[in-house]
Design a protein around this ligand. Structure first.
Ligand code: SF4
Length: 472
């Protein structure tokens, strides 16, 4: 499907006799955040062991593999590659042994100065095992002369910029670090005597843990036998929570940034219905991502919601393409129209976003082929005009249909009767009073974290922006 690609999901637990099993379950609940690789590192206080592989969580671990991960503390990761290629050496957690002892790390986010730091480190003799930006932090950590693990963590993390929710595991403690902007979510919870830290609260729900609070932007949280210790060693910065977590990434049953994703997402649909009304017979979501917004749209407009597109939930990562070309095969494998709902109707098709427009066009055609008289596309976020550099995989600006086409041109390309987006004002009003705390760079092209402009890493970013200057 033509979507921004999910980033990564992290899960950590301290003080549980089945730490690796709990982490497996937590990652299972976070699978939507990354499907390329999965990994778990656990510690029995003597040794950290790691297991990781390409593929889904359920494919990667069985009970035998989990039994080889003993101990009461563990961290885990599901990955979609945002920096670095999709290969096993880039899977996380990454485990090293250095002067501070063993440490494992996993990361959700993207470090905008990783390229320049890496060049410096390589110049000084460091040997990298992966192309992941996260490994830079481990090199900085290993080189730190600080007297404690916590100080070495702070010294290394202070040198990186961008988006990071890190979980680190030493032999006897779990350390969570969130960047001062708070780009990516990270929540703290409790399961009996154990502490849990994870990307989304849906992972806590699965294992019966209770949400306590978010790890705060700029906070370093150390969980050890002495309990919780929290400190804020980094200079404070303007908050920039990723608003796209609410639009698309996070599961609707999660709370992120302290808000119910379902409530915000449904609200996006309500506001969209007020901003972009249209006379029609039926509201149809593009499943699954458009469902909450479509419910809000239907509720607000009074037009009935019908599941006019059915999603096949059993499509794996790969399927065998038939030799003969079946029209729209790729989309048909995932979605099928319900003729009895669509035939002869004026349809409002609600989706969360349009990236390139290729899939949306196929869906519009599919709905028309099932007999729809009119197709009105309504999108529950503003036009996506700029790439993300904070942990979300996006195409370059020239591939984003809204960056290169007017609304009329998009309507024509999608072969829709009308196309309309939610306004930026509408999006930000849906998150409520904390609207100034959100990043919305992919809708504005205004970036809250400055890039190292004259460095190679900036040039790489500029290539993604098709060599246009970045506006900070
Ligand atoms: S640019 Fe968009 S996707 Fe990236 S962090 Fe900001 S809001 Fe999220």
């Amino acid at each position: 499907m033509d979507k921004f690609k999910d980033e990564c999901g992290v899960f950590g637990i301290f003080g549980h006799p089945e730490a690796a099993n709990m982490t497996y379950l937590g990652l299972y609940a976070l699978q939507h955040r990354g499907q390329e690789s999965a990994g778990i590192a656990s510690s029995d206080s003597q040794q950290i062991r790691v297991s990781k592989a390409m593929g889904y969580v359920a494919e990667t671990f069985d009970s035998g593999e989990l039994s080889r991960l003993p101990g009461t503390l563990a961290i885990g990761h599901v990955r979609y590659s945002t920096a670095g290629e999709s290969k096993l050496s880039n899977a996380q957690p990454i485990l090293i042994d250095c002067a501070h002892g063993q440490i494992a790390i996993c990361h959700n986010g993207n470090l905008v100065n990783a390229g320049e730091l890496r060049d410096e480190l390589v110049h000084q003799g460091s040997i990298f095992q992966s192309s992941s930006d996260t490994e830079v932090v481990l090199h900085l950590y290993a080189r730190s002369k600080a007297g404690s693990i916590e100080d070495a963590v702070v010294e290394s993390v202070s040198q990186v910029q961008g988006a990071f929710s890190f979980l680190m595991l030493s032999k006897d403690r779990l350390i969570a670090v969130r960047d001062p902007h708070g780009f990516r979510p990270l929540a703290l919870g409790r399961l009996d005597d154990a502490y849990v830290v994870c990307s989304e609260t849906c992972a806590m729900d699965l294992i019966g843990a209770t949400y306590i609070r978010d790890v705060e932007p700029g906070e370093v949280l150390v969980v050890s036998a002495d309990g919780l210790r929290s400190f804020k060693p980094f200079p404070s910065a303007p908050l920039a929570h990723c608003v796209f977590e609410h639009v698309y990434f996070a599961r609707p049953d999660s709370y992120v940034y302290g808000k119910s994703v379902n409530e915000v997402r449904t609200n996006l649909g309500r506001i969209l219905a007020r901003e972009q009304p249209v006379d029609a017979d039926v509201v149809v979501p593009v499943p699954d991502s458009g469902v909450c917004a479509a419910m809000g749209f239907a509720e607000e407009s009074g037009i009935p919601l019908r599941m006019g597109l059915i999603r096949n939930h059993y499509v794996g990562r790969t399927f065998i393409q038939p030799q003969s070309s079946i029209r729209h095969f790729g989309v048909k494998v995932k979605l099928n129209p319900v003729r009895s709902i669509l035939d002869g109707r004026r349809v409002i098709l609600v989706d969360d976003s349009i990236v390139r427009g290729t899939t949306s066009r196929k869906i519009v055609r599919m709905v028309r082929a099932a007999g729809a008289k009119e197709v009105h596309v309504r999108i529950s976020c503003p036009p996506t005009i700029s790439p993300c550099f904070y942990g979300v995989d996006t195409p370059s600006r020239s591939e984003l249909i809204a960056a290169t086409h007017t609304i009329d041109e998009i309507t024509e390309y999608l072969e829709a009767d009308t196309v309309a987006y939610l306004s930026l004002e509408g999006l930000l009003s849906a998150v409520g009073e904390e609207r100034q705390n959100y990043c919305s760079s992919c809708y504005t092209g205004q970036y809250p974290v400055e890039f190292p402009r004259d460095q190679k890493s900036y040039l790489q970013l500029a290539l993604k922006l098709d060599k246009e200057p970045v506006t900070n």
